[in-house]
Design a protein around this ligand. Sequence first.
Ligand SMILES: [Zn+2]
Ligand SMILES: [Zn+2]
Length: 87
Amino acid sequence: MTFNRVVGFAFADAAGARPDIACPNCGFQPWHGQQWVCAPDGCGGHFDTFETRAHCPHCEAQFAWTACPACHVASAHRAWYRTVGAN
Ligand SMILES: [Zn+2]
Ligand SMILES: [Zn+2]
């Protein structure tokens, strides 16, 4: 199954920053263990979308878009990855 986007939300168990990943819109950097919700079309399960590369482990949904927990703008999942030295 393929869904349009995955919705992010803030979660309390911060466990380290990810300098290689940031919101293309506002620059927010999600941390390891931050949880996204498989929604609005998915199963509603929680998972760390940057651990699974936008793949829900609960229902096998693959997300092309990832919403930012900070600015709530959905960006292409791959646009969140900032490769050092690229561009
Ligand atoms: Zn953002
Ligand atoms: Zn799911």
